[in-house]
Design a protein around this ligand. Sequence first.
Ligand code: SAM
Length: 211
Amino acid sequence: MMLKKIIAGLLVLLSVSGVRGQFPEAKTALDKKVESFLKEQAGQWRDMNVPVADGRILYDLVLSNNYRQAVEIGTSTGHSAIWIAWALSKTGGKLITIEIDKKRYLEALRNFRKAGLSAYIDARLGDAHEIVPQLPGPYDFVFCDADKWWYKNYFVAMELKLKSGGCFTAHNTSMRSDEIREFIDYIKKHPGFKTTFDSTSRSGISVSYKK
Ligand SMILES: C[S@@+](CC[C@H](N)C(=O)[O-])C[C@H]1O[C@@H](n2cnc3c(N)ncnc32)[C@H](O)[C@@H]1O
C-alpha cells in the first residue's frame, strides 16, 4: 500500500516536472538520433533557449497542423529550431531561422548537424530587422523569439506572408514589459487573427492563427 502511494507520488512529480513524456515516441532512426542528442544536451542550453516543454509545444503545433513553411526569428544555439525542424522532418517542410550573433549561429549549425536535422534547416546569420521584411513568403508557421521590443514589427512584417490557417507564435508573452504589452494588444485586437495563449508554458507563448 505504502509502496503504491510512493510510486503514484513519483509519477505525479515526474509529470509535473515535465520529465515523463517530454519526447514523442521515437519511431524512425532520425527520431532516435534527435532524441539522443536532446537527452545528451539536457541541462546544457545556456543561451536563453526555450525549455524542453516549450520545444514540445512548438513540435506539436507544427505536426498537428501539418505546417511545412516555417520561420524562426532568434535561433540562438538552436534548441527551439531543433524541435520545430524535428516536426518538419515529418511533414516534409523546412525551417528558415535567423540569428544575429555569429558565435551562437555557428554553435546552432553544429547542434543541427549533431541532431541530424541540418537538411530541414536554412540557418541565416544577420539582422532579422532587415531579413524578415525581405522574406518572400508564403509561410504557415512563425516562431518569434528575438528582441522583444521589435515583436510587433516582426508581426507586421509577416502578417501578409502568412497563409490562412497558418500561425504566428511568440515566446515570453508572460513578460511584463511595455513592448510585450504593446505586441499583445496589437495581436489581440487584430481582426484577421484569432489569438490564444498556451497556459502550459511558464514563459508564455502566444499563438495567433490567421483567419
Ligand atoms: C531568446 S534567444 C532565442 C532562443 C532560441 N529560440 C532557442 O530557444 O534556442 C534570442 C536570440 O535572438 C537573437 N537576436 C536578437 N535580436 C536579433 C535580431 N535583430 N536579429 C536576429 N537575431 C536577433 C539573440 O542574439 C538571441 O540569440
